[in-house]
Design a protein around this ligand. Structure first.
Ligand SMILES: Nc1ncnc2c1ncn2[C@@H]1O[C@H](COP(=O)(O)OP(=O)(O)OP(=O)(O)O)[C@@H](O)[C@H]1O
Ligand SMILES: [Mg+2]
Ligand SMILES: [Zn+2]
Length: 508
């Protein structure tokens, strides 16, 4: 007898529908799975046999053929265990084949018949709506994430036996609901705060502007001036994520297996800080089953590259494309996948090998050639893509030894301004799939970055004198837009342009 149900396979951060067909016929007892399954699907065979037996059902000693269609989709992971087991149980007559009608089942089985959580649940449930499937059976531990899709009935289960009882109508269950997940309490870190940072008012303000508009920022300065400290405090002033941003980021985290049981969405903006020994694939994504890299895991959040010059040059160069396009495209023999990668790059570096070039506090022991060679580790095109470049000088002795740090504003107050400025941007870009000024393309720059006459003249003069590239010109306009938003000004004035130009300290 043949039975039929649906499952799904993750492709990038989307999912496609997989038809699971199970045929049991008389013949030599052979259990085969066809449809280009990889080793993981083959292993699934052993798990399915044990799980069915250990859940108290007979495993048919007949010829069992499982077909996972379409065949040309590369399938991965144990998530087909549950639908295969259900298909076998239905084909052997324990449950009525029609009870599997229009049902999607996802889940890995353990040998004793328990249902284990899987990766990629959110992309799967969000895709199901498109395919006209309304019911999904998911592992208990994935239920919060699954219930994010409001038009799908989610039935979570912990054991195969329970699913069978449910399908036989022996137990009743109402679909699981998360309640209102669009609103959530805001967490506020008490461990790190901008109030901890002494001095460095220029860099603090730059961090505020960067956070308000989602701009990239690099800090250059001698050891121990507070660069890492500032970077680590940026999450404390970032605006909360909108629901749409949360869903986007969660899809990426979900396929990477980073969602914890009990979590429905990623609510905190990501802060990813890969080590400088990281590979290009780990950074931008790829592999034979293409996986998102750090740039995508940082989507809608921060990618922090501390000690930028320590990263391998070729690793840094692959950053150029996502920095410009805000997506990563991975090509495979059969298809092309794209992962979103709209992140704020925050980087730090020393000005030279010894770290003291231009610091004034200590003498630099490098010769001019060494300084040049050190700086050339970061290519011009990469630096060009960093909107805000600030020097973070060594602290003055009075600043280091001052007991009171009364001038340093705390994160709570800075964040209030950032949130206000970001709110203006959300209104500006409503319905455009854009959330902040850094995401503006040429069209939006033209439309929204309107300068008054004085600002126009100032910018023209600066380009002439300082020789900015065309890209730097666009980036100055975007940063100036954010500075104007912080001041709640529609028009960009010369003061806003002047401040934006100050943040191109390496460009001159
Ligand atoms: N502006 C500052 N205010 C208060 N403490 C500071 C400041 N700058 C540095 N410190 C102290 O020095 C330590 C090192 O600072 P941090 O790691 O941020 O330096 P850095 O600029 O990243 O240096 P490196 O270039 O060596 O990485 C901090 O943990 C803190 O104790
Ligand atoms: Mg540091
Ligand atoms: Zn030096």
């Amino acid at each position: 007898m043949i039975s039929f149900l649906h499952s799904a396979a993750v492709q990038g951060i989307n999912a496609c529908l997989i038809d699971v067909e199970v045929d049991i016929s008389s013949g030599l007892p052979i259990f085969s799975i066809v449809g280009l399954p990889d080793t993981a699907v083959k292993e699934s065979r052993d798990r399915v046999v044990s799980a069915i037996k250990n859940s108290g059902f007979d495993f048919p000693t007949k010829k069992i053929t499982v077909n996972l269609a379409p065949a040309d989709i590369k399938k991965e992971g144990g998530l087909f265990d549950l639908p295969i087991a259900l298909g076998i149980i239905a084909s052997s007559g324990t449950i009525a084949a029609k009870s599997l009608n229009k049902i999607c089942a996802i889940g890995e089985l353990s040998l004793d018949g328990k249902i284990r959580p899987v990766k990629g649940i959110l992309p799967i449930v969000l895709s199901l709506e498109k395919f006209g499937i309304r019911k999904i059976i998911v592992p208990e531990k994935n239920k919060y994430e699954a219930a994010v899709a409001k038009n799908i009935e989610v039935y979570p289960f912990g054991e195969l036996q329970e699913v069978v009882k449910f399908l036989k109508n022996e137990i009743q269950k109402v679909p699981f609901s998360n309640g209102n997940i669009a609103t959530h309490p805001e967490e506020f870190s008490t461990t790190a705060d901008f109030a901890d940072i002494k001095g460095q008012f220029f860099a603090r303000r730059a961090a505020e502007v960067a956070s308000a508009g989602g701009h990239n920022m690099i800090m250059i300065g001698p050891p121990g001036s507070g660069k890492t400290m500032i970077a680590k405090r940026i999450p404390t002033i970032l605006p909360p994520m909108s629901f749409e941003e949360s869903v986007e980021t969660t899809k990426i985290w979900s396929v990477s297996g980073l969602m914890q049981a009990g979590e429905s969405l990623v609510y905190q903006r990501p802060f990813r800080s890969p080590h400088h020994t990281t590979s290009s694939i780990a950074l931008v994504g790829g592999g034979s089953y293409p996986k998102p890299g750090e740039v995508s895991l940082a989507h809608n959040g921060v990618l922090f590259l501390d000690e930028l010059t320590e990263f391998k040059r070729d690793v840094l160069e692959v950053l150029r494309q996502p920095l410009e396009d805000k997506i990563v495209t991975v090509s495979r023999a059969k298809n092309t996948l794209t992962f979103p990668a709209s992140f704020m790059l925050i980087a730090s570096m020393n000005p030279c090998q010894c770290g003291n070039y231009g610091s004034g506090a200590k003498e630099c022991t490098c010769n001019p050639y060494q300084v040049m060679k050190y700086r050339s580790k970061i290519s011009g095109p990469l630096m060009d893509r960093i909107d805000i470049q600030v020097e973070v000088p060594a602290l003055k002795i009075e600043e280091i030894t001052s007991e009171k740090n009364t001038d340093a504003e705390n994160s709570y107050n800075i964040k209030k301004r950032v949130v206000k400025a970001r709110h203006i941007q959300l209104e500006r870009f409503k319905g455009k799939n854009m959330y902040c000024n850094a995401q503006m393309g040429p069209k939006e720059i033209k439309k929204y970055c309107l300068l008054d006459d004085k600002a126009c003249i100032l910018l023209k003069n600066a380009i002439e004198k300082l020789g900015f590239s065309a890209r730097a010109y666009d980036r100055i306009l975007k940063v100036a837009r954010t500075i104007a938003d912080l001041a709640a000004s529609d028009i960009i004035s010369s003061a806003h342009i002047a401040e934006a130009i100050k943040y191109r300290s390496l460009d001159k």
